[in-house]
Ligand binder design. Structure first.
Ligand code: GDP
Length: 320
């Protein structure tokens, strides 16, 4: 494959050429030789996009809700990027996941860009490739980027480190699930959505959540934000505009309380940390391999302790 002209790709991405956007994402996702050049070209163009995380257990209606939110945001004239992160999938790229079919109603809209991201097999998981793809969409001028993840363990937490506003999606009839997820979801949600409000038990789910929120008085210490609970029927768009309003209210709150900058700082920090750790790991497997072997032999022979060995190893690889 020919070496891409990064400046040209960035120009075209900023004119919303989907193929240029997709190519840039591939370049950052695959850690290509152009990665650093791409990252440097994107940096001055970033910082504008509003990043919304959406997570929840499988089957609650995340893809349906994502599609509905895109429709609602498009009606406001906003350009929307979607990163659908599936931690269990080894596939990346276009609409490879079956449940992305529903998103096809947006497939021909140039104001919408959708990308499925795989994180399985990536060492840093979500913390590695997704933030870089986010930078591409931000630099390309998308007003809103929705990051949708299947709520399984670490990915839920990671999505929070990415997002300005995190939406936790639940559905009726998951009473036990709510209890189980309780500690986790209370802390990460900025907005709760109870989807499938057309189903029996939706009111009870809303009530349970209200009680939980009231009792916790907000998990995050010192925060005056009260998590709203919005019922929706994503499949008919019912309540979806209310979710967009709740996101907007939360955004205002973040700005007024100087929290937006804090969140974005934490996001940058997590990125730098992930890249540094990844680079240390890569060096350990490459030039550091000899040193690691020698030092490990000495540790196993009882000649030096593992801390001293680790210090020497880190000094060695950062020097080189
Ligand atoms: P995900 O696994 O969380 O992404 O969930 P999906 O968006 O794939 O939705 C799972 C199923 O629930 C699909 O069959 C949807 O058509 C259905 N669904 C989504 N939203 C609603 C809703 O508001 N009401 C009802 N009754 N079904 C819904």
């Amino acid at each position: 494959m020919t070496v891409p002209d990064v400046a040209d790709l960035v120009d075209r991405a900023r004119r919303y050429e989907p193929r240029a956007v997709a190519r840039l994402i591939s370049l950052v996702e695959d850690a290509s030789p152009q990665l650093r050049e791409v990252a440097a070209a994107l940096a001055p163009l970033t910082g504008r996009a509003q990043v919304i995380g959406l997570t929840g257990p499988p089957g609650v209606g995340k893809s349906t809700s994502t599609s509905a939110l895109v429709t609602s945001l498009r009606a406001q004239g906003k350009r929307v990027g979607v990163l659908a992160v599936d931690p269990s999938s080894p596939f990346s790229g276009g609409a490879l996941l079956g449940d992305r079919i529903r998103m096809q109603q947006h497939a021909t809209d140039p104001g919408v860009f959708i990308r499925s991201m795989a994180t399985r097999g990536h060492l840093g998981g979500l913390s590695w490739a997704t933030p870089q793809a986010l930078r591409v969409l931000d630099a390309a001028g998308f007003d809103v980027v929705l990051v949708e993840t299947v709520g399984v363990g670490q990915s839920e937490v990671d999505v929070v480190s990415l997002a300005d506003t995190t939406i936790v999606l639940l559905a009726p009839g998951m009473g036990d699930g709510i209890q189980a997820a309780k500690a986790g979801i209370l802390e990460i949600a900025d907005v709760f959505v109870v989807n499938k409000a057309d189903r029996d038990g939706a009111e009870a789910t809303v009530r349970d959540l209200k009680n939980m929120v009231a009792m916790s008085r907000r998990g995050v210490a010192g925060s005056s934000w009260r998590q709203p609970i919005v019922p929706t029927v994503a499949s008919t768009m019912d309540g979806v505009d209310d979710v967009v309003k709740a996101i907007e209210t939360h955004h205002q709150w973040l700005v007024e309380h100087d929290e937006l900058g804090q969140r974005r700082y934490r996001r940058a920090r997590a990125e730098v940390e992930a890249i540094a750790l990844e680079s240390v790991r890569a060096k350990l497997g490459g030039p550091g391999e000899d040193a690691l072997r020698r030092l490990s032999e000495r540790v196993s022979a009882g000649e030096i302790d593992p801390y001293t060995a680790a210090d020497r190893l880190v000094e060695g690889i950062s020097g080189g």
